[in-house]
Design a protein around this ligand. Sequence first.
Ligand code: SF4
Ligand code: SF4
Length: 292
Amino acid sequence: MIVTVASGKGGTGKTTVAVNLAVIAPEGSVEVFDCDVEEPNAHLFIKPENIVTKEISTMIPDVDMNLCTLCGECEKICRFSAITMIAKKIMVFPEMCHSCKGCSMVCPAGAIKEGSRVLGSLLTGQSSRGFNLTWGELRVGEAMSPPLIKQVKNKIDKGIGKLFIVDAPPGTSCPAVVTLRDADFALLVAEETPFGLNDLALTVEGLKKLGVPMGIVLNRADMENGIIDDYAVRENIEILQRIPFSREAAKVCAKGHFLVDELPEIKALFQDIYLKIINNLNSIQKSDKGGQ
Ligand code: SF4
Ligand code: SF4
């Protein structure tokens, strides 16, 4: 099953939670996928070996002006204004193209061929802890991350019966939605600040629309102002754990080490989060079977 670790804003400790959960899980039971392709950093903690890299491209239209009749059909169908007619020439704006192939399908003259544009890289490596990490690295300057995120997720093989821990991009825009939409459970990492609450609420609204069950982990939870607790009660979302702020934890993370290796009190918290996630997934499976 897929557990996606998400947050409405960056810097909440989402990747820290994802990688430490992977380490605390029984050996051989998990795989990790870093879909934060604009800024992947799970590999900095996991330090995978035997890395295999594949270049990922996407389709863009390549117009043959010798065949083009300037009928304008391609411009009409493109919802993204990525292809347009200017001064009797067809111009393509690759950065705006969503690779839907609509323009080539409607071109009556067969003037649009499939060109390609490099999006970034898909990488897979093995952790010394007995699991694989798959991640994407978006090309610098590239804005279109969802196709690369889909390539990372395509590597999830649900048939092997493991727990797939997915590190989502922060926010609630397209990259986060593409990552979260087929999660079995979303683990929301949040902070007890007004900004943290605002961004958490946006993510919760999105997850409700996607129909993804969720739980909250409060990180650096030492303010005890209750704003997330009150919200969680109102929304009927379980707070699975509170990870207190600690200078020691910050130092361990800064060194690229796992919290669960070096701080026994935090290891216990992660063991508890892991068990609660498994319990939630078991309940979801039971209710799915009951509904069939
Ligand atoms: S492939 Fe789709 S998005 Fe790209 S230019 Fe053609 S119609 Fe527009
Ligand atoms: S649809 Fe084809 S023929 Fe018509 S303007 Fe576009 S490229 Fe030219």
